[in-house]
Write a protein that binds this ligand. Structure first.
Ligand code: TRP
Length: 339
């Protein structure tokens, strides 16, 4: 067997990973440690498809599309700057692969309304986003679109957060129903719940754009420094020599991630009241920037050439479309669609 033949077989055995992110703004450190860091690692081992879910953004944001294009480019720049590699993974834009829409339509024919209505995230979101009217057909059908995203590539594993598990369960049900109606076509994808590193926001709550407590890769080093200085520490520490409680301090949670070599010393000094919060934040600033700055600079550079960034997205989308077309062909055959 020649080397290339061997490599081709190797490729054929690689399991397929697919995941997506909505272009809702800039990637922040919470997104990075919650998902993107993992994606970068998964590229080593799997055949990966990562996509920008712009149609998904419309399910809740159909009335505010003015920033969609910009957010799409920003997300692409963020993903590349964080280490997703277009030579290794297929990185693409959902709306450039219309096979997703076709598969969504076909799945919508056989997906019972009751499955969608009982999806726990459906009612949750309707209540939570009460200021928006998302009692729409598209929002209800969102899990069907997600099933199309995943099944178009016959993904084996889908790295997702726990909040997405009900959707993945629905994807499996949709695949099962399709296989039952038209013959075995789709594998049932499994979630990949890898342990994510948890990083709180600057105020100690979950890092989230809606809380205004994020540090994003779009932030300049100056902004990052200011945000670190404004971080909420142990509220019981009034004076610098009061004993601190690192377990309730967001600065300490950051040290654990960005400064592992000094974390034990910082913990004991804090508990003993021997290091003040300002000094502790200063130490963090430099460690955090050592990680943040190269990514910030790379994303800034990438965004200077939007044409090139757009080309990268289009090339990835062409690769994805070629793969999805193979699946759609099998779907047509199974359903007896066409001439
Ligand atoms: N629903 C996901 C989110 O809101 C994004 C998404 C869309 C996705 N399609 C997907 C994730 C397919 C994994 C697989 O975050």
């Amino acid at each position: 067997m020649s080397n290339t033949e061997q490599n081709t077989q190797e490729e054929a055995r690689r399991k397929i990973i697919l995941s997506g992110a909505r272009p809702t703004g800039d990637i922040h450190l919470g997104n990075y440690f919650g998902a993107v860091e993992n994606w970068v690692r998964l590229q080593e081992e799997y055949e990966c498809f990562f996509f920008i879910a712009d149609w998904h953004a419309l399910t809740t944001g159909y009335a505010e599309t003015e920033n969609l294009h910009e957010h799409t480019l920003n997300l692409m720049a963020d993903l590349l700057a964080c280490g997703l590699d277009p030579d290794r993974s297929t990185i693409f834009l959902q709306s450039q692969v219309t096979a997703h829409a076709e598969l969504f339509l076909l799945f919508s024919m056989s997906t019972p309304l009751s499955w969608l209505e009982r999806c726990p995230t459906y009612k949750d979101q309707i209540n939570q986003l009460s200021e928006k009217d998302i009692t729409t057909y598209g929002f209800l059908g969102y899990p069907c679109l997600m099933a199309a995203d995943i099944l178009a590539y016959k993904a084996d594993f889908v790295p997702v957060g726990e909040d997405q598990l009900p959707h993945l369960e629905l994807t499996r049900e949709i695949a099962r129903r399709f296989n039952h109606l038209y013959g075995n076509t789709f594998p049932e994808p499994q979630p990949l719940l890898t342990k994510a590193r948890v990083l709180p926001g600057t105020d100690g709550r979950k890092m989230s754009k809606s809380y205004g407590n994020t540090i994003s890769f779009a932030d300049t080093p100056d902004v990052v420094r200011k945000k670190v200085m404004g971080m909420i520490t142990d509220p019981a520490r009034i004076r610098k020599d009061d004993p601190g409680h690192p377990e309730v301090c967001s600065v300490f949670a950051f040290h654990k991630i960005f400064n592992p070599e000094d974390v034990a010393e910082i913990e004991s000094m804090c508990r003993a009241g021997k290091i003040g919060c300002v000094a502790c934040k200063k130490k963090l600033q430099e460690k955090l920037l050592a990680f943040h700055k190269p990514i910030h600079e790379k994303r800034t550079l990438l965004l200077q050439d939007k044409g090139q960034l757009g080309d990268l997205i289009s090339r990835g989308s062409e690769k994805a479309a070629a793969r999805a077309a193979v699946t759609l062909q099998a779907v047509h055959t199974a359903m007896n669609i066409g001439v």
